[in-house]
Design a protein around this ligand. Structure first.
Ligand code: UD1
Length: 420
């Protein structure tokens, strides 16, 4: 297993190109199962989750070829059962269920594994597919879904904590080939859902309202091949923006989508971080002494849960008290105990982390627990004095394309080493 060895205390300076969004490309790849024609997706990040989705599609019978930042996929023939162990390993693989059901009228997919960031049920996915007429049973770790004909229906996808992103993707994909019109209420409004709807429409689907809580899908007989470019990764962009502020440097994010980052940029400005917009580029640097801010994570367009851990690192460096409340995944505070090893003072009170910031961080060996927590620990290591070793960085390779190379280009002293 790899680790990242970081010698902190260097302000990051320069330009970084934002990669294609992981959370967009995974459902886009699943959507190619809806047609037997070839599909081409550009601006595909080189990530282990993306390669993994490629393996899942291959195991279902699709031809998948990666070439630089482009993936060519053709699912001319398909089988309806995916490899149990492959699916179990990655939560996002659940979004093959909707396309398989729509195309083959049946699917057997293992329940995706639990996740360290909190309970991640799929009840809303199943409720949505059932509303389209699918018969669903869950037996021995598998979801079995059957529907000789899917027919449009009305489905409310709001759960205990709001809408579901991949659940919306699953139902939207299944509904493209259903008879009649489907209306999803309390749909997720994330930009990745809009990107998927744009791709599906390019394939011949008839979707309106994506990006709002009400999405309508008029079913069509068949979809055809299409070519698409993935949107930039707003979580990667936010991570580099926070790294600029945390290290007191200045980074220009090239090819970001500032309109997808409003909640994060708003909080950064409140924290006295200057954000200058120049078309699709953003330049980020401190405006003076950092100011504490309270943050609550929410579904889009609120502050993303996937940036909570990184924002917490910035608050540990900010003199004063800030409260960070997690409203999407209740146990997403695994990074707190690791940040404490670097000297951060954070206490957890229910869904909130109370951060007493301003004490300098100093390097130590720490352990990554999940994807976004790993990014936060890397930022903490970059801001800390001395040497930090972040172990188990395979988590970070799931979702950040060449993060060590990108950071190095910005001046970071960071090396990938073998874990001892
Ligand atoms: C997606 C993102 C993930 C992000 C999350 C929230 C991908 C590949 N992953 O995950 O990075 O952190 O959105 O923005 O796009 N829930 C239910 N029942 C369900 C489904 C979800 O109760 O059937 C709950 C979850 O436990 C969670 C909340 O709804 O508390 C939001 O989860 P959801 O939006 O479904 O997350 P994902 O789509 O899995």
């Amino acid at each position: 297993m790899d680790s990242l060895l970081i010698k902190g205390g260097v302000p990051l300076e320069g330009e970084v190109h934002i990669s294609g969004a992981k959370n967009a490309v995974l459902p886009l790849m699943a959507a190619t199962l809806l047609t037997e024609e070839p599909c081409i997706i550009h601006h595909v990040p080189d990530l282990s989750d993306v390669r993994f989705m490629g393996q899942i599609l291959t195991s279902l019978g699709a031809d998948v070829r990666f070439d630089g930042g482009t993936v060519y996929i053709q699912a001319a023939k398909l089988k309806g059962m995916a490899d149990y162990d492959l699916i179990r390993k990655m939560r996002a693989s659940i979004c093959i269920l909707g396309p398989l059901l729509a195309r083959l009228h049946q699917a057997k997919v293992s329940l995706p594994g639990g996740c360290i960031i909190g309970s991640r049920p799929v009840d809303l996915h199943l409720k949505g597919l059932a509303a389209l007429g699918a018969k669903i049973t869950v037996k021995a770790g598998y979801v079995h879904a059957k529907a000789p004909r899917l027919s449009g229906g009305e489905v409310f996808l709001g759960g205990r904590v709001g809408p579901t992103v991949l659940g919306t993707a699953n139902v939207m994909m299944a509904a493209t080939l259903a008879d009649g019109v489907t209306v999803i209420e309390s749909a997720a409004c994330e930009p990745e859902v809009v990107d998927l709807a744009n791709f599906l429409n390019a394939m011949g689907a008839r979707i309106t309202g994506a990006g709002s809580p009400t999405v309508q899908i008029a079913g069509v007989k068949a979809l055809h091949g299409a070519e698409h470019e993935v949107i930039p990764d707003r979580i990667e962009a936010a991570t580099f923006a926070i790294a600029a502020a945390a290290t007191d440097g200045e980074i220009t994010l090239v090819g970001a989508r500032p309109d997808h980052l409003s909640a994060v940029l708003d909080k950064l400005r409140d924290a006295n971080v200057k954000v200058q917009r120049n078309g699709r580029n953003l330049t980020v640097k401190r405006g003076g002494e950092l100011r504490p801010v309270d943050i609550t994570t929410l579904p889009y367009s609120g502050f993303p849960t996937d940036v909570q851990a990184q924002a917490m690192v910035l608050m540990t460096l900010t003199p004063g008290l800030s409260i960070i409340t997690e409203r999407v995944f209740e146990s997403r505070f695994m990074h707190v105990s690791e940040l404490a090893r670097l000297g951060a003072e954070i206490s957890i009170e229910g869904p909130s982390a109370i951060v007493k910031g301003g004490r300098p961080l100093s390097g130590a060996p720490i352990m990554a627990s999940d994807l976004r927590a790993s990014a936060a620990l890397v930022i903490a290591g970059l801001a800390a004095s001395g040497t930090t070793v972040v172990n188990r960085v395979y988590h970070i390779d799931r979702g950040y394309e060449k993060i060590d190379a990108k950071l190095k280009k910005l001046g970071a002293r960071i090396e990938r080493i073998k874990e001892t």
